[in-house]
Design a protein. Structure first.
Length: 506
């Protein structure tokens, strides 16, 4: 009996403390009482946990706003918002809304093992981002195109083999293999090898998947993260072991790189193609106090955990939506074929060439609007002094967030939002104010100071591959609709297609 009491005591104390805090916050700020939402969400985060666990929260979130309005309570101190004015206030330049404790689930409990994405301290994040921003910049893309071309060549070879065998296959999985191999080549100057047979090399994909599942859910109860991490680290196929695997994997790659490039005086500082490791090693050798092997491991880990899923989901979304909309596919193909005939679209489509194709860019933007990679609110903490948002005053410490899907399906900004219509972006070019409003709500890579650092690399991979495969292959959907699972990234699970070689005369 005494043992049972000892076991239950921490739970009782925790529950009592949370309830007391909830009552205090509600009584101190009665305006929060009027914020609607599911009944259980007023008292416990369990409602939100269960909905996220089901894997369809992007649609749940949209439906909640359709039912309750622009501000919805989805946990006792978590509020989902949708109005355009709130986007700039919460995420815009100069915003003091820091990332919430949900992001702690993505970091190692050991603070010395930092990666950039979950860093909540705004000053530390700004300093780290400034340190690495140049290697992710648009001007650095020139150094990475050859890596993308190498992987695109193998991807096209795999498609040709599927066409010859007349086999159905899950192209979403192969987009993941492509994105993983590209980020491996860009980061380490060496592919992982996923594209060779479509298999999970050394369990890296599985490790990232386990980490994703764990971090997404434990972030809802971040106070349990450190204890759970220690416990689950002793078991295989868990989030913590996945994180350990990734960090060790990257550390080994850095060590191999250092051994193969042990003489910095022989390094080529001017060659056209340079991997992240080469760029960072040159910076390390030039200024060891600013860069060291820790920074190589930190950025390698960030690339591996976040550098493939966003691109793979986006590639899947683009192909899926054009296959479901034949008129858009025909128009896009005409543009690609015309550019090819004019000599403005190379065998290896260059990034510059892709940027000059207006309908291609509209298709990419519209598809990623309709199916963004991330599908949970981007949670932020209300800063000191509180904030007025959408007619409600939120006290300091409240957590607010906008889900990318909610923003992208806002009917006031994107009329007929559930329709795939790339033309909306082209039409907006003649209406600067309209385009400005649309761009303010377009946030597939985040906004403000926390915009995804790898955004340009992802766009590079997408812009080069999509026109190439649509020029060279015909695709047929096996199923009219696909199924997806939202575990932070909204990934298709059954994007099955058949493929045929396409005649260039078509």
């Amino acid at each position: 009996m005494h043992l049972l009491v000892l076991c239950l005591l921490p739970i009782v104390l925790y529950t009592t403390t949370r309830l007391a805090l909830l009552i205090y916050t509600t009584l101190s700020h009665p305006s929060l009482l009027s914020i609607p939402g599911p009944f259980l969400a007023r008292f416990t985060r369990l409602w939100y946990f269960r909905r996220v666990q089901k894997g369809q929260f992007e649609w749940d979130n949209i439906d909640l706003h359709a039912r309750y309005g622009p501000v919805v309570r989805i946990a006792p101190d978590h509020y989902s918002i949708t109005e355009r004015a709130a986007v700039k206030k919460v995420y815009g330049p100069g915003s003091q809304f820091a990332k919430s404790a949900w992001y702690d689930g993505w970091r190692h409990p050991d603070p010395s093992k930092m990666i950039l994405f979950p860093e909540r301290n705004m000053k530390k994040h700004a300093e780290a981002r400034k340190r690495f921003s140049s290697i992710y910049s648009m001007t650095s893309l020139l150094y990475y195109e050859e890596f993308v071309d190498r992987c695109a060549d193998i991807f096209s070879q795999r498609l040709t083999e599927f066409a010859q065998r007349e086999e159905s296959f899950n192209i979403g999985h192969w987009f993941q293999c492509y994105a993983f191999d590209v980020i491996g080549d860009i980061t380490f100057g060496q592919r992982f090898g996923f594209l060779d047979q479509g298999q999970d090399v050394e369990g890296a994909i599985n490790a990232v998947e386990n980490l994703m599942n764990y971090s997404t859910l434990v972030g809802i109860y971040p106070e349990w993260h450190a204890a759970l991490f220690r416990i689950l680290s002793h078991f295989k196929s868990t989030g913590p072991t996945g994180r350990s695997f990734i960090m060790q994997y990257v550390s080994n790659r850095v060590q191999q790189f250092n051994q193969a490039n042990h003489n910095p005086e022989q390094a080529n500082h001017t060659k056209k193609t340079q991997s992240f490791m080469e760029k960072l090693a040159l910076a390390r050798d030039k200024d060891p106090e600013k860069f060291n092997d820790y920074h190589l491991v930190m950025m390698g880990t960030s690339n591996l955990t976040a550098g493939s899923d966003t691109t793979a989901v986006s590639l899947s979304s683009i192909l899926y939506h054009v296959l479901r909309n034949p008129a858009s596919l025909d128009q896009l193909r005409r543009e690609i074929d015309d550019f090819t005939a004019q000599g403005r679209c190379s065998e290896h489509v260059t990034f510059k060439e892709s940027q000059e194709m207006p309908y291609l860019q509209a298709v990419i933007k519209e598809a990623i609007r309709m199916h963004s990679a991330t599908g949970l609110p981007l949670w932020r903490v209300v800063p000191a002094g509180g904030a007025e948002i959408s007619g409600h005053f939120f006290p300091e410490g409240s957590v607010v967030g906008i889900n990318t899907w909610v923003a992208h399906y806002n009917e006031e900004v994107f009329p007929d939002a559930r329709a795939f219509r790339p033309e909306r972006w082209i039409e907006a070019e003649t209406n600067p104010e309209r385009l400005r409003v649309m761009n303010e709500m377009y946030m597939p890579f985040g906004l403000g100071s926390r915009t995804c650092l790898g955004k340009h690399i992802s766009i590079l991979e997408i812009s080069k591959l999509i026109p190439r495969i649509l020029r060279d292959f015909d695709f047929q959907l096996e199923n009219r609709t696909w199924t997806t699972k939202n575990c932070w990234f909204v990934k298709p699970t059954d994007f099955n297609v058949r493929v045929q070689l396409r005649s260039r005369e078509n």
